[in-house]
Design a protein around this ligand. Structure first.
Ligand code: SF4
Length: 416
């Protein structure tokens, strides 16, 4: 794995040492740390020190206050990797060019050559069993995103890597066609965005989600989508075809109506008013569309629930649901840092309420409880949500989808 900032390949000691040496030759100072914090190589280019530099006091780890267009500011250690690479900022004082480069992190698109596209899960508290993810990682960059830790399975960090190193599956539509054509395939609702958002900015460039929807529409296979991006309206033609067969449901996720807060918390998603417009356009096209308030963060956006539900209902939302915030593993530290950067005055209040819902911790991974939370604040969130739904006139939980229209085009039985 190559660190975007340092150009370092992270994986084993020898590779890290080799890359640290190369980085040193190119004028970068790098510390590659083995487990337990042992430095395996340290390179210190001699840069002129500038006592008046505005970059004096850069932290020793990569935790800048704010990065434009990014949800988080650092790359915490991957829990599966033996090595963790950190920049040693002490030796960059006065290097304006390098310091300026730290304020931007470019998005990289990397080939994902997965051989299958339909993933299954048997979690007792996840609302779907089969899903398609055209992309891994998500440049929407929501600071709280539960999917961040999934990037660690790929050798990346749950931090900036998750939102800047996007794995792209160009063969997704063809793989889907093959899997649906197999006689072993039993038609079932396929969730898109089960892990990461299928309408994240990469979709504009690659169109893989649309390719998959074309296949699903051809086969009449039901699909449920959740997204925070207005781009879903681009595919109204395909979704309306499926909806006419009771085979499409869209949930638009709205966490706040405050565009300023959304910009900080979910930097590359569509603005809240655009998400409401997506609900309106989809509903007008006959596509059942709900609002998903996920995550609900006690002390941060819970007071907005009635207004979000009212606005969504006015836009045509047929159903509504919510999930309280989950802060698994390194997401807890990233979210704490985000609060410290953006809402320091509310940090303790929010974290304490999360702890009160999670048995005194920031995370409670038990099935069932992890999706609901426990205690007085969890009860209050549920009560506020139910009252908000009632006041907004939203009656449905979630429309049922049908597999009745599923067929294999041209009588094609199997490509395998
Ligand atoms: S849009 Fe969804 S998948 Fe993407 S970063 Fe936000 S919460 Fe995660």
């Amino acid at each position: 794995m190559v660190d975007a900032l340092t150009g370092i390949v992270v994986g084993d000691t020898d590779r890290a040492r080799l890359c640290a040496t190369r980085a040193c030759e190119s004028g970068r100072a790098v510390v590659a740390r083995a487990p337990l914090g042992v430095a395996v190589n340290v390179c210190k280019p001699s840069l002129e020190q500038s006592p008046n530099s505005r970059y004096n006091g850069l932290p020793m780890s990569r935790e800048l206050p704010i990065l434009k267009g990014r949800g988080v500011t650092s790359n915490p250690k991957n829990r599966f990797e033996r090595l963790h690479v950190e920049d040693d900022f002490e030796h960059f004082d006065g290097d304006e060019e390098f310091a300026a480069s730290l304020t931007k992190v470019a998005t990289e698109y990397l080939l994902d050559s997965s051989k299958t596209i339909i993933a299954t899960n048997d979690s007792p508290d996840v609302g779907f069993t089969h899903s398609i993810n055209p992309y891994r990682g998500c440049s929407h960059g929501c600071c709280y995103c539960f999917a961040r830790i999934s990037h660690e399975y790929l050798g990346f960090s749950a931090g900036l890597d998750f939102e800047s190193k996007i794995m792209v599956k160009p063969a997704a539509a063809e793989l889907l066609r093959q899997e649906l054509s197999s006689p072993r395939y039993e038609p079932v609702v396929l969730a898109m965005s089960g892990v990461t958002d299928c309408y994240q900015p990469a979709e504009k460039k690659f169109g893989i989600t649309r390719g998959c929807l074309e296949v699903l529409a051809e086969f009449g296979n039901p699909v449920s989508i959740i997204t925070k991006n207005h781009m879903v309206t681009r595919d109204i033609d395909l979704l309306a075809r499926l909806a006419a067969q009771q085979a499409a449901l869209v949930n638009v996720s709205i966490t706040t109506l405050d565009a300023n807060l959304a910009g900080k918390m979910e930097p590359r998603t569509s603005a809240p008013r655009r998400r409401l417009d997506a609900i309106r356009q989809l509903t007008e096209a006959g596509i059942p569309t709900g609002v998903m308030v996920a995550p609900l963060i006690p002390g941060l956006n819970d007071h907005e629930v009635p207004a979000i539900l009212k606005a969504a209902a006015e836009a045509g939302a047929c159903c509504a649901s919510f999930t309280p915030l989950r802060l698994a593993l390194s997401i807890a530290g990233l979210f704490e840092q985000w609060l410290a950067n953006h809402l320091p005055d509310r940090k303790d209040k929010v974290l304490n309420r999360i702890r009160s819902m999670r048995g005194g911790k920031l995370n409670d991974p038990r099935f069932g409880s992890r999706m609901r939370g426990e205690g007085i604040w969890a009860e209050q969130l549920r009560a506020v949500f139910e009252m908000g739904k009632k006041a907004a006139g939203i009656k449905w939980e979630r429309p049922e989808l049908s597999t009745a229209a599923f067929h294999r085009p041209g009588g094609q039985l199997s490509l395998w």
